[in-house]
Design a protein around this ligand. Structure first.
Ligand SMILES: [Zn+2]
Length: 231
């Protein structure tokens, strides 16, 4: 048995264990689609430096993901352990292999993308494999229920410019650059309230006015203090 196949065998054992757990629970019974790992890179370590190999791994990983990520979904918080937009999932040892590192697509949760990548570092060879390779439909469903980065920054800038605007008016203003889906109305209202509080608090020197006499006294003292230290 060569080193590559032993790694595959170890993975299959893990999956078999997961399947039986699901069956015992009796709730979530479904047939697991068995997908094959496809080899997309294979190098002999002989004559190649660690950096050379890492560069080739990164090149293959990039090819397997970059063309399938829309610009607005590009990862904004990359980690050192990432491979392009592949997020490290686990590192384990397998028979006759130094280690196996598995990665999930960065849009796995958001788009239910099943694509996976793994790097098998053997004694003589390094192999990269993919399971459920990407295609044009891999990321077509964005199941995120949250406001997108573009929405948030446009809304925050508009509130900052005029905190007295209603969330409907703000939505209308930002619509010229970004369309906010109707089902996110409550998210917009929440964000506007939050941002308005921040803007007003910064204008009132950090004191929150809740209508109580105490809060007005606190503001008055703070304003006196501000003008006193500027004198
Ligand atoms: Zn993906």
């Amino acid at each position: 048995m060569d080193e590559q196949h032993s790694a595959v065998a170890a993975e299959d054992e893990n999956e078999a264990a997961e399947d039986s757990e699901e069956l015992e629970g009796g709730q979530k019974i479904y047939v697991r689609r068995k997908a094959e790992w496809l080899q997309v890179g294979h190098w002999n370590k002989e004559g190649l430096s660690v950096e050379d190999i890492d560069a080739r791994i990164l090149e293959v990983a990039t090819e397997q993901l970059k063309p399938y990520i829309p610009d607005n979904l590009v990862d904004r918080h990359p980690l050192n352990t990432d491979l392009h937009g592949w997020k490290r999932k686990e590192v384990y040892c397998a028979h006759k292999v130094d280690n196996v590192t598995t990665y999930r697509c960065l849009l796995a949760h958001r788009t239910n993308c099943e694509s996976m990548l793994r790097v098998i570092r053997g004694l003589q060879t390094v192999v990269v494999e993919v399971k459920h390779p990407h295609n044009a439909d891999s990321h077509s469903v964005d199941s995120s229920k949250k406001l997108k980065h573009g929405h948030i920054s446009a809304i925050m800038a508009t509130v900052k410019a005029d905190p007295s605007l209603s969330s409907t008016a703000i939505r209308r203003q930002v619509a010229t650059s970004v369309e906010v889906p109707f089902e996110m109305t409550r998210n917009v209202q929440h964000l506007v309230r939050q941002q308005r509080k921040t803007v007003i608090a910064s204008e009132l020197q950090g004191i929150e006015l809740d209508g109580s006499f105490g809060s007005f006294v606190a503001l008055k003292e703070s304003m006196w203090f501000q003008s006193a230290i500027q004198r």
